[in-house]
Design a protein around this ligand. Structure first.
Ligand code: TYD
Length: 207
């Protein structure tokens, strides 16, 4: 049987440089001869991308907190079935820009549903397909930067108040304490190359 690929997710609040690092890390892994697929949430599959527009566009009150959490979980279930599992079964590494921990931190921690309850609805959606490693990027001025550039162009969730984004970061720290083997906090300050180096070190044992 072919060795199954690994699954890595990158997480963090707004403006931490996550998307840049997904691509930099993918390039570094490809240099090591690995086959890598990059993807994102919400989205990553046709159905997931359709749900993404429902979630990120429109007024703040478009969805209540439970409906919002269920839509993220539904998008994720489709992403797992259609992209993540088939890619891993084909021996590829999957690097996802956000995954289940975003729901735990945003809808669970900041949105008031609680981390445990959001973990429950997602457990049904993803059937235990947790990443082999989750790298949470933390930048000392992360939320501040994102809010400073808020010119009305941010989406339904990115545009929420500073307090919400502070709770998101706190929830990521809590999740890392709950699951220290899977979830690693990574300093996102310094040059892009320095951050990529730190991320590589945090997955070294999986290579
Ligand atoms: P995106 O444009 O991808 O933002 P970013 O560049 O910050 O990743 O928008 C995704 C937004 O959705 C972001 O504000 C985080 C939020 N989100 C949740 O609230 N819950 C989730 O489960 C996921 C995957 C994302």
């Amino acid at each position: 049987m072919t060795r199954r690929g690994r699954f890595i997710s990158l997480e963090g609040g707004e403006g931490v440089g996550k998307s840049t690092q997904v691509h930099a890390l993918a390039a570094a892994l490809r240099e090591r001869g690995l086959k890598v697929v990059t993807t994102r949430e919400p989205g990553g599959s046709e159905g997931g991308e359709a749900i993404r527009s429902l979630l990120l566009q429109g007024e703040q009150d478009r969805w209540g907190s439970r409906a919002e959490a269920l839509l993220f979980a539904a998008a994720r279930a489709d992403h797992v079935d259609k992209l993540i599992l088939p890619a891993m079964e084909a021996g590829r590494w999957v690097l996802s820009d956000r995954f289940v921990d975003s729901s735990l931190a945003y809808q669970g921690g900041a949105g008031g549903l609680g981390i445990a309850q959001v973990r429950g609805i997602n457990a049904f959606g993803i059937e235990d397909v947790f990443p082999d490693r989750t790298l949470v990027l933390l930048h000392p001025t992360g939320a501040a930067r994102a809010l400073a550039r808020d010119d009305g162009s941010s989406d339904r969730i990115g545009g929420r108040p500073a307090e919400y984004h502070r709770s998101v970061e706190e929830a990521f720290r809590t999740i890392a304490e709950q699951e220290p083997d899977r979830v690693r906090l990574t300093d996102a300050s310094g040059t892009e190359e320095q951050v990529t180096e730190r991320l590589l070190r945090a997955i070294e044992d999986l290579l």
